[in-house]
Write a protein that binds this ligand. Structure first.
Ligand code: ATP
Length: 592
């Protein structure tokens, strides 16, 4: 438990607490340390938003402004106590972030960062133009934060308040990312399609990350207003937003520790350069901005992931271990399986066109309860497209898909997953930076309930224990128990396919769609996989399988559907299909 990294972290915290008590420490250092704490709170939000969720925002200073103006207006104009304005600042910033996020996060590519710039500039000029915000003169006379007669806006007391809020923000953020909702936010980068297929509302997860970052920024703004005791639009301008982003990037935008390191580094270096450069050059000017830019370019050139991974390596890697709770007892409830004979999946006249190309041409077939059906055909026959139509990844051009009698045509993937439809992908879609067991646990997203708040406050441990117990059980079923803590992308491709199967089994499916599950597996691994799939079938689960390995398919499936050029060519038992002249001609013949 007491890893060198943990001890180093505690040592930094103890040093931060001891700072004001050290003999000879000038008050100015305490002021700088307070600024670092305030900036680090904003940068922590950027780590969640940009580093984890992959949303680049150039507008975080605006949310700092929301927090600062809320408390400035409520305290100076309406006589509120400073402490009472904090929850209001959080609510207002959260609500505005939700609204802004709902509009802006629909934008793709570079339009999104550009939109955040536009919001920030608009806010700057709005605050600078409206009497309500006292224009560019700003609001002065903001009272200190006081608790039971203690002035908390003073020197080291303010520093401890800022440090306390930074520690709280750090712990809450770490807990959040380590929770069910956190996994869905972590899946946004690279794994959004797979996450949707397991019931994650990725649009909501993005907004949540945006709101969380906005709220942290507002808390920092609240502190700032009471520290400065006067505010105007300048510290909430786009240039300051860029500073916050640079802090996170220089520290390491994918790491919580990087936010604190980056905030410290940028604040101290900027401060030192402001002192040194005018003396060196002999004239006043914003030279530190130029040098600062060069230093940052060098950091990004030689440490593109920021400095944090290098610092962490000095103290040895620590990988967060998810709860290993095989002893946690119940792994959760299991879905009632459909009775034998029921059509779990019925596809009727399904059609998909891409421009002039008919990828799936009026295909009809069904999969019965507890049946393994193989969907085979030459390359480009339309198998994967059919999978994507059934699971809601693509919208059908015509036709109908029913799961257990329910017409699911046109449903989004995450809604279809709720019916117990789980899948793997032809091109493996795991969240690469996440551990194997976290990836598998994502498959159980729908069976959890814990909200972001419960996760951040660690009130979700019982549910997490059940989720991970099931994830470990399914990982052991596919023979990868010993790889639970590995990073998913470190595994061989065949093993990654097995992780996808474990993730799909975690959903407790009634219908499992496997796209080339045996590709990349060795012979004995294929035999083990076929055994597992038979057991899964025998437990009542229906399986639809796309596979090119004919020995694997013929030995495993109960029935086959053969496609060619998007159309259905034949259906029947494997032995019949092997003798079917049309199939031999179109597919097996060409393969021979
Ligand atoms: N998003 C897309 N846009 C345009 N064409 C597409 C798209 N997806 C698939 N296609 C085309 O649709 C046809 C069917 O492709 P699909 O991937 O479904 O075949 P497949 O049977 O799964 O092939 P393989 O065994 O090689 O994976 C192909 O001609 C393919 O190029």
């Amino acid at each position: 438990m007491n890893s060198p990294a943990r001890i180093a972290g505690l040592a930094v915290l103890v040093a931060a607490i001891a700072l004001p008590f050290l003999p000879g420490v000038p008050p100015y250092w305490i002021t700088i340390a307070s600024y670092i704490a305030m900036s680090a709170i904003v940068a922590l939000g950027i780590v969640v938003l940009t580093g984890v969720a992959g949303v680049v925002s150039f507008g975080q200073a605006m949310f700092v402004g929301f927090g600062a103006y809320t408390t400035a207006i409520l305290t100076t104009r309406y006589g509120w106590n400073a402490l009472a304005t904090l929850p209001v600042a959080i609510l207002i910033a959260g609500a505005l972030a939700w609204g802004i996020g709902a509009i802006t996060l629909r934008l793709k590519g570079h339009y999104l960062p550009v939109a955040t710039i536009a919001w920030n500039i608009s806010f700057f000029y709005l605050a600078g133009s409206l009497d309500f915000f006292r224009r560019f003169d700003g609001i002065s006379g903001i009272p200190p934060i006081s608790l039971a007669g203690f002035d908390l806006s003073d020197g080291s007391r303010f520093y401890f308040l800022a440090l306390g809020l930074l520690v709280a923000a750090y712990v809450l953020t770490r807990n959040l990312l380590d929770s069910r909702v956190g996994r869905s936010i972590r899946a946004l980068r690279g794994g959004a399609l797979a996450a949707e297929s397991f019931g994650v509302d990725t649009g909501r997860a993005r907004i949540l990350a945006f709101v969380y970052a906005g709220v942290l920024a507002a808390v920092s703004g609240w502190l700032y207003a009471h520290f400065q005791r006067a505010i105007n639009p300048t510290p909430f301008n786009i240039t300051v937003s860029i500073d916050y982003l640079l802090m996170a990037v220089a520290g390491g935008v994918g790491h919580l520790g990087g936010a604190i390191l980056g905030a410290g580094l940028v604040t101290v270096v900027r401060d030192k350069l402001q002192d040194i450069l005018p003396a060196l050059i002999g004239t006043q000017g914003n030279f530190e901005t130029i040098v600062f830019g060069v230093v940052l370019i060098l950091i990004l050139q030689f440490a593109p992931e920021g400095l944090w991974p290098h610092v962490r390596r000095l103290f040895g890697e620590t990988r967060r271990r998810p709860p290993t709770v095989l002893e946690a007892g119940s792994a959760g409830t299991h879905r009632a399986m459909p009775p034998k004979g029921e059509d779990v999946l019925r596809v009727s006249k399904l059609r998909k066109t891409f421009g002039g190309l008919v990828a799936v041409n009026d295909v009809s077939f069904s999969v019965g309860a507890g049946e393994i059906v193989g969907l085979i055909g030459p390359n480009g026959a339309g198998k994967s497209t059919s999978f994507n139509l059934i699971t809601g990844v693509l919208a059908a051009s015509a036709g109908e898909v029913r799961v257990r009698g329910e017409d699911i045509t046109g449903w989004p993937a995450r809604r279809i997953a709720r019916l117990g439809v789980a899948r793997t992908f032809q091109h493996v879609k795991l969240v690469h930076g996440m551990s194997v067991i976290d990836n598998v646990a994502l498959g159980r997203h729908l069976l959890g309930r814990a909200s972001a708040v419960r996760g951040a406050l660690r009130l979700d441990r019982e549910e997490e224990a059940a989720i991970f117990a099931e994830a470990h059980r399914q990982l052991a079923r596919v023979g990868l128990a010993e790889h639970a803590d590995a990073i998913a992308s470190e595994l061989a491709l065949g093993q990654q396919r097995l992780v996808e199967i474990a993730r799909a089994l975690c959903l407790d499916p009634v219908l499992l769609l496997l796209d080339e599950p045996a590709a990349g597996l060795r012979h004995n691994e294929k035999v083990a996989l076929a055994d597992l799939l038979r057991k899964v079938r025998d437990s009542g689960v229906s399986i639809l399988l796309v596979e090119h390995d004919m020995d694997f398919v013929m030995g495993l499936t109960d029935r086959l559907v053969v496609m060619n050029f998007g159309a259905e060519l034949a259906q029947g038992r494997p032995a019949e299909i092997q003798r079917n002249p049309a199939v031999l001609e179109a597919y097996l013949g060409s393969a021979a």
